[in-house]
Design a protein around this ligand. Structure first.
Ligand code: SF4
Length: 296
């Protein structure tokens, strides 16, 4: 089991997660407890529409967004400028980033993780290629490009092209899997996308490159995930690896910011740790714990 030790001042910053930085509409710097540094988020879903409706979603859909479409030139210009701001260190001259602990004052990754599922963006492969080019121009070949995804669209050819471009540019795919049974999946994700499609997509993508699995577990109406659900979750992971899929890490985390539904609450640190141990014991995969904001 592994976990991150986060100073209190940093955890306050994590919760800010500003969607807008200065006047940016598509690119926002975030202090990432998971990556241990600055993550530049790219929002490919400014309309806030998602093909999932997760009960724990942290996207505020009560307020209408000011921007509905991805404007590629504006997004690339914002990426260019923000990369410069981080690389030069000028980002840390201004609040709230002036409170960033020294150890986290590094650019870790560019993350496609906006207000919806990034792979539903119709020009997904083109935007990945264009962002990789900006990164290359800045000489940041080692900086990761992380795709945070629900894996529902991996079967589409333009998404597969985008994933291949990520592979060639220090890419890493964090695929959401947080259920073991169809029933629990539908309860948590509230989507018409079949669970089987998500499982097949993850298995196929993991056969081509190692994936990171990200799994959020929570209390639903006061109840933590049932033991049999967690056992089934481990069985699904084992099926993916038995089919030749490579999984390099299973991230177990819980609710850290206000969720979509009031009946959702974080697990305690001990409960998160117990799931990490279960995954390690039943699958042999490395797993890591990420705790809730309250640190309960
Ligand atoms: S897939 Fe992500 S953005 Fe979409 S509803 Fe779920 S948590 Fe929210």
């Amino acid at each position: 089991m592994t976990n991150e030790s986060v100073p209190p001042s940093a955890s306050d910053l994590f919760r800010l997660h500003p969607r807008r930085f200065e006047t940016n509409r598509f690119v926002y710097p975030v202090i990432s407890r998971r990556s241990g540094g600055i993550s530049l988020g790219l929002n490919l879903n400014p309309d806030k529409i998602c093909n999932f409706d997760c009960i724990y979603c942290q996207v505020d859909r009560t307020r209408q967004s000011e921007t509905s479409f991805v404007e590629t030139p504006a997004l690339l210009a914002e990426l260019d400028e923000t990369l410069e701001l981080v690389a030069s260190g000028r980002l840390f001259d201004q609040p709230p980033f002036d409170e960033t602990p020294p150890a986290l004052r590094r650019l870790n990754d560019i993350a496609f993780s906006g207000d919806g599922e990034p792979t539903t963006y119709k020009n997904f492969d083109e935007i990945i290629a264009a962002c990789a080019e900006v990164k290359r121009r800045h000489g940041l070949d080692d900086v990761k490009m992380v795709l945070i995804t629900n894996a529902s669209m991996f079967h589409r050819p333009h998404v597969q092209r985008g994933l291949a471009i990520l592979d060639a540019n220090a890419g890493e795919i964090w695929a959401k899997l947080e259920a073991g049974t169809d029933e629990y999946y539908r309860r948590v994700e509230r989507t018409p996308v079949p669970f089987r499609r998500v499982l097949d997509n993850i298995a196929a993508a993991a056969q081509l490159r190692p994936l990171v699995i990200q799994s959020l577990f929570m209390r639903i109406e006061g109840q933590p995930p049932p033991p049999e659900e967690l056992a089934a979750f481990c069985d699904r992971l084992n099926e993916i690896t038995a089919a030749g899929g490579k999984l390099k890490l299973v991230q177990i985390y819980t609710v850290a910011r206000p969720p979509a539904e009031s009946f959702v609450a974080p697990l305690t640190n001990e409960e998160v740790d117990a799931i990490v141990r279960l995954v390690e014991e039943r699958t042999g995969l490395p797993a890591a714990a990420y705790y809730g904001a309250a640190g309960v």
